[in-house]
Design a binder for this molecule. Structure first.
Ligand code: KG4
Ligand code: ZN
Length: 338
C-alpha cells in the first residue's frame, strides 16, 4: 500500500513570500501567498533590498499560516521543499534558510527545487502530466520552451535571447503610463483596442525556438517617442492590442511548431504571463485547429503566478525519486534547469 506524502513548499525567489502544503504532489491542502507588489509599485519594479526585508518579516507568519490551514502537523510532514534558484539571491536566501531551519529542527528531508520546474509542476495540481510534453514557461523573468520526456527531466529547446515576455509587458506598460506590473493592464486594454499598429515579430533563424522581445519593445518606445515629437496622440488601446498580438503570435506559433516536431502528448502553459487572456485564447484556438489530439493544460491564475504549491508539487517528485539536499544547500541566483 502506498503511503501518502505530505510536503511543505516554500518560495521566496522574487516578490511573493509563499508557503504551501501539498498531498502526494497533487492535492493542495494550503497555499498562502503574501504579495509585496504594493511596496514595489511606486518604484516601477521589484527592488531587491525591499524584497529581502519583506521576506524576512513575512516568512514565519506565512509558514505558520500554511501549516495551520493544511491541518497537517510537522510530525506528519515527509519533507520540506524550497526554491533554491534562480531569482534574487537575497530573497532566495530567506526561504532557503527557513527551510533548512525547519528541516533540521524537525528531522525532515530537505529538497531544493528549481523555480521553473516549480512553474511547470503547477500543472500537476490540475491534471496528470503525460509524457512526452512541452511546457511554455512565460513569466517576468523567464521565457522558455521546455521539453520533458519524463518526470524531472528537462530539455530547454528555446529561450529568450534578451527580455522575458513579462519583462517586455512591464516595460511597455510603463512607457504607456500604466502601473506596475503592467501585464494585466495591457491585457485588459488590448481587448478594448484593435491591433492596427504595425509592429515587428522576431522569428529569428529558420527552425529556432528561441525568442527575442527587445526589438518589439524598442519599436513601441520609438513609436511613442515619434508621436510625441509630432505632437500626436497614440491610442493606448490600439498600442496595447498591437503589442499583445505581436507577442502572442510568436509565442503561439513557436509553441505549436515545437509540439508538432517533438510529437508531444501534452502542452502545458506556466508562469505569470500564462494569465494573459490573449495568449490563452490564441493557443487554445491554434491547438484545436492544428493539434486536436494534443491535450492543452492551463492552470488557474493563482497557480500561474509565483506560489509555493508548485514548489511542493515539484519537490514531491524529487522526494519520491530519492533526491535530497543537505544543510549546505545554498541559494543560487542563476541555477541552471538542466
Ligand atoms: O511568474 P510571475 O508571477 O513571476 C516571475 O516569476 O517572474 O510572473 C509575473 C509577470 C509580470 O511580468 C506580469 O506583468 C506578468 O507576469 N503578467 C501578465 C499578466 N498577468 C501577469 N502578463 C500579461 N498578461 C497578463 N494578464
Ligand atoms: Zn515565477
Amino acid at each position: 500500500m502506498n503511503e501518502d506524502v505530505y510536503v511543505l513548499g516554500i518560495e521566496t525567489s522574487c516578490d511573493e513570500t509563499a508557503a504551501a502544503v501539498v498531498k502526494n504532489g497533487k492535492k493542495i491542502l494550503s497555499n498562502v501567498v503574501a504579495s509585496q507588489m504594493e511596496s514595489h509599485r511606486r518604484f516601477g519594479g521589484v527592488v531587491p533590498e525591499i524584497a529581502s526585508r519583506h521576506h524576512v518579516e513575512q516568512i514565519t507568519l506565512v509558514i505558520e499560516e500554511a501549516m495551520r490551514q493544511s491541518g497537517v502537523s510537522f510530525a506528519d510532514l515527509d519533507a520540506v521543499a524550497v526554491t533554491a534558484g534562480p531569482g534574487l539571491v537575497g530573497a532566495l536566501l530567506v526561504g532557503v534558510n527557513a527551510a533548512k531551519a525547519l528541516a533540521f529542527a524537525h528531522g525532515l528531508p530537505l529538497i531544493g527545487v528549481h523555480h521553473i520546474a516549480g512553474h511547470i509542476y503547477a500543472n500537476q495540481l490540475v491534471a496528470e502530466m503525460k509524457f512526452p510534453l512541452l511546457a511554455l514557461v512565460v513569466s517576468g523573468g523567464h521565457t522558455e520552451l521546455v521539453y520533458m520526456e519524463g518526470h524531472e527531466t528537462f530539455a530547454v529547446i528555446g529561450e529568450t535571447r534578451d527580455d522575458a515576455a513579462g519583462e517586455a509587458y512591464d516595460k511597455v506598460a510603463r512607457a504607456l503610463g500604466l502601473p506596475y506590473p503592467g501585464g494585466p493592464h495591457i491585457d485588459r486594454l488590448a481587448h478594448e483596442g484593435e491591433p492596427v499598429i504595425d509592429l515587428p515579430r522576431a522569428w529569428l533563424e529558420e527552425g529556432s525556438y528561441d525568442f527575442s522581445f527587445s526589438g518589439l519593445k524598442s519599436a513601441v518606445l520609438n513609436a511613442l517617442h515619434n508621436a510625441k515629437q509630432r505632437g500626436e496622440e497614440i491610442d493606448v488601446r490600439q498600442m496595447a492590442a498591437s503589442f499583445q498580438e505581436s507577442v502572442v503570435d510568436v509565442l503561439v506559433t513557436k509553441t505549436v511548431q515545437a509540439a508538432k516536431e517533438y510529437r508531444v502528448r501534452q502542452v502545458l502553459l506556466a508562469g505569470g504571463v500564462a494569465a494573459n487572456h490573449g495568449l490563452r485564447a490564441a493557443l487554445q484556438d491554434k491547438m484545436k485547429k492544428e493539434l486536436p489530439n494534443v491535450e492543452l493544460i492551463i492552470p488557474p491564475l493563482s497557480l500561474c503566478t509565483d506560489n509555493a504549491a508548485m514548489i511542493a508539487a515539484a519537490g514531491t517528485v524529487l522526494y519520491q525519486q530519492g533526491k535530497r539536499a543537505d544543510l549546505a544547500l545554498n541559494a543560487n541566483p542563476s541555477l541552471p534547469l538542466v
